[in-house]
Ligand binder design. Sequence first.
Ligand SMILES: Nc1ncnc2c1ncn2[C@@H]1O[C@H](COP(=O)(O)OP(=O)(O)OP(=O)(O)O)[C@@H](O)[C@H]1O
Ligand SMILES: [Mg+2]
Length: 417
Amino acid sequence: MKDKSWKPKRVGGDSSSTSSGVPVIELSIRSAECKATLESIIREIEGVRLKDSQDAAVPALVIMELEDNPEDTFSLIREMGKLNKGTEIFLTASRLDSVMLLEAMRAGAKEFLAQPVQKQEVVDAIRRFLDRVAAHVGKGAGQRKSGKILAFFGGKGGVGTTSIAVNVAAAINKLPSNPSVALVDVNQHGGDLPLYLDLQPNHSFRDIATDLSRLDHAFLIRILTKTELGIQVLPSGYDDLSTGRLSPDCVEATLRLLQANFDYVILDCGHVLDLTTKKALELATLILVTSTLMVPVVHRTKRILELLRGSGFPPNKIRLVMNRFLTAEQDVLKETEEILKQKAFWLFPNDYPSASQAVNSGKPLIDVAPRSAVAKSYRDIASSFDDQAAQQAGKGSLVGWLNPFKGRKVQSSPSGA
Ligand SMILES: Nc1ncnc2c1ncn2[C@@H]1O[C@H](COP(=O)(O)OP(=O)(O)OP(=O)(O)O)[C@@H](O)[C@H]1O
Ligand SMILES: [Mg+2]
C-alpha cells in the first residue's frame, strides 16, 4: 500500500524529473542494505518516483551516502548544486559529527538521514522536499536542461578539430550568459584532448564503460575533470594503441546525461567515422565538419559530407567550418564550396604561431593570444551559438539551430598571416 496520508500539491511543468511531472529521486548509495531500505520506503510514498536506468533527466532529489573522504562528498554536493540549482541533495551516513554536519549543510545538503534509516524520518524529509518543490513550481527551479551538443568532426586528421573544440568550449564558457560547459573527447583513435589543457585526468569514458549500470548523475559529475577555466572535461581514455573500444551505448547514455546537466556539451569527435562517432553525431544539435583548403583534406571532407548526407543526417544540421583560412584564398574557397556542395559556415584564420604556442603551453589560444584574429573568431562563433540558443529559449524547438539561413554566418576575419 502506498502512503497516501500526504498528498502532494500538483507539480506541473517539465521539472527536473520526468515529462509526467513526478519528481524523480536518485539513490547514490554504496551500502546495499541502506539502499534497499530506502528503495522500499520511497516506493511507498505517493508523488515521487525512483530513477530508473533509462532516465536521463536530472533527478529532483539525490540521496547520497557520505564517502570515506567526506571532503569528496562535499565538493560533489557543491558541484551538483552549481550545475542544477533545482536538484536537492540529502546526505546519509552512519555517523556524522556536528562539524561535518555543518560542513554538509554549507555545501548544500538539505537533509541528513542517519543510518540505519528510520521510515518516519525518511517520509517526513521527503514530504518537506515535496513542499519545497511545490512552492517552486513556476519559478524556474527544477527545470530540466536540454543542453546543446556541438560536435566537431575532422574532414581529415590534423586539420585542427581538437584546437577548435577546446577554444570554442573555452569561449562559450566566458560568455556573459555564464553557461555551463562540458568538453568531451569522443575520439577513441587518438584521444589527446587533455594535453591541450595540460590536464592529467584520473577518469575517462573508460570508467563509465567498465560498468555502464553504475552511470548516474552523481557518478558522472564525480568522474568529470574540472579545469581552472571552469569547463568540465571527459577524456576518451582510448587511443590507437589502447585495448578495448568505446561503445555507442556508452556514448549515448553519457551524452544524454551530460545534455541534461550542462548548457553546452562540446565534442571532439576526431576524424574517423565509426559507429561510436556516428552515435555522437546523431545526438548532436549541430555537426561542425572541419576542413582546410588543402587538396587532400578537401577530397576527404567531400567524402565525409557525402557519407553524412547519405546516412540521413539532416543537411541543415551539418555545418562546414574552414580552418587555417587566408584572406588571399577567397577564390579557392569559392571553388572548394562548389566541390563540397556546401557553403562554409565559419572561417577560422590561419595563425600557426599562436596555435602552436597554445598547444605547447596547454592553454586555450583565446587565453594565450587573446588579441589575435583567430581568438576573436573563436569568441564570435561562441556568441553566435549563444544568440541562437537565446532566440530559441522557451520555444522548445531546434528550428533556429537547424535553419541554415538563420544560423549562417561567415567570419572572414583577416588571417594576419
Ligand atoms: N587556426 C590555426 N592556424 C594555424 N595552425 C592551427 C590552427 N588551428 C590548429 N592549428 C595547428 O594545427 C595542428 C593540428 O591541430 P589539432 O591537433 O587541433 O588538429 P586535429 O585535427 O585535432 O588533429 P588529430 O587528427 O591529430 O586529432 C596543431 O599544430 C595546431 O597548432
Ligand atoms: Mg585531435
